[in-house]
Design a protein. Structure first.
Length: 348
């Protein structure tokens, strides 16, 4: 049977090996109209696989050799093979589903069964396109995935640490469910320990010889900060040395808040709150005033300098579920599903 002749729900666990010309057909020869966004090691495209009278919407990821990174021969090939192994081995609603891959004449690509949002540039959506509840849906979905990745799979496997978490590696579907679409620097689990980092870097752990789940907690905190503050930047910005460090901005703001508290009388302290939430979000009808300081403090907890002082992803999810707006909108946010998939992702 020719590659791609079966669609989701009709085929087994086989992953199709595709030709470069197949990917070109799916994406209209990688047309500008099908371009979605970039990720750290290449580009993402919308695609369609047409068979007879049926159409499957997909997302195509193409790796490139980028001068801004110090590539070694075979780096992208290894990332592709690692991703194939991971997506065959682990399943979670927050992970893209692999349809097929291409490794032909240095053309490297992966095809995912995924229907991306019409305007899938996560950077732009995080700034202008998300409502408060949609932001919380992304946060809960992403937190659920990380909790699953950090859970022990068996006694002889280390925890999975994703490490190169970045807004560029998050895509959302038409229902605002987040998917992680790049695992190129993952360590633990079925993979050996690695020391290279490209992403939102936890500086305190950068020089350590081993990885920790608290590194992912830090980078989750950065993404959560991006979502609530509308201050979004890519890990590429750290390479070009742009002055856009949102973590530094948030920590400085928190220090000023603590100094202000010290100068304020006990009776007046209740009128002072710490917030990194964009005021346009605060003005939304679904936003609850009681959540402003709670979500801001959760951000600070996640990006604390000492890893031991950061919460686990299990604790992060508990904090998110305690938000008043999350409780009031549990159905829209699919809270029951998020909690269930933390423990048993195959049940979703």
């Amino acid at each position: 049977m020719a590659p791609g002749s079966n669609f989701a729900g009709e085929r087994d666990q086989k992953t199709f090996k595709l030709k470069y010309e197949d990917l070109a057909v799916y994406t209209g020869n990688f047309s500008e109209s099908n371009y979605l966004s970039h990720f750290q090691f290449g580009k993402l495209y919308r695609g369609k696989i047409v068979r007879d009278d049926r159409t499957l919407t997909v997302m195509v990821k193409m790796w490139e050799i980028l001068e801004k990174y110090n590539f070694e021969r075979g780096d992208n090939e290894r990332r592709l093979m690692d991703e194939i192994m991971l997506l065959r081995h682990e399943m979670h609603p927050g992970m893209v589903k692999l349809y097929g891959y291409c490794n032909e004449n240095h053309n490297l690509g992966a095809v995912y069964e995924f229907n991306p949002f019409d305007s899938n540039n996560f950077f732009n959506l995080s700034v202008d396109g998300f409502t408060w509840l949609q932001r919380m849906k992304v946060a809960l979905g992403f937190a659920s995935l990380l909790k699953f990745m950090h859970a022990p799979k068996c006694s002889f496997y280390k925890l999975y640490i994703v490490r190169n978490l970045d807004c560029a590696h998050i895509v959302v579907d038409e229902d605002y469910n987040p998917k992680l679409c790049d695992f190129g620097l993952i360590t633990g689990g079925i993979f050996p320990d690695r020391t290279i980092y490209i992403g939102y870097i936890d500086v305190d752990s950068f020089y350590q010889s081993s990885s920790s789940d608290k590194q992912d907690v830090f980078t989750f905190g950065v993404i959560l900060l991006n979502l609530v503050s509308k201050r979004v930047y890519s890990a590429d910005d750290t390479i070009t040395r742009k002055e856009v460090d949102v973590v530094d901005w948030a920590l400085k703001k928190y220090k000023k808040f603590l100094k202000l508290l010290d100068k304020t009388s006990e009776s007046e302290r209740k009128n002072i709150i710490f917030s990194v939430v964009d005021q346009n979000i605060v003005a939304e009808s679904d936003f609850e005033a009681a959540d402003e300081e709670k979500i801001s403090e959760l951000v600070i907890d996640c990006v604390r300098g000492k890893p031991d002082e950061r919460p686990t992803m299990k604790q992060v999810i508990k904090s998110l579920l305690k938000l008043k707006s999350v409780k009031k909108n549990a159905n829209f946010l699919e809270v029951t599903k998020r909690v269930r998939t933390c423990a048993n992702p195959k049940s979703a």
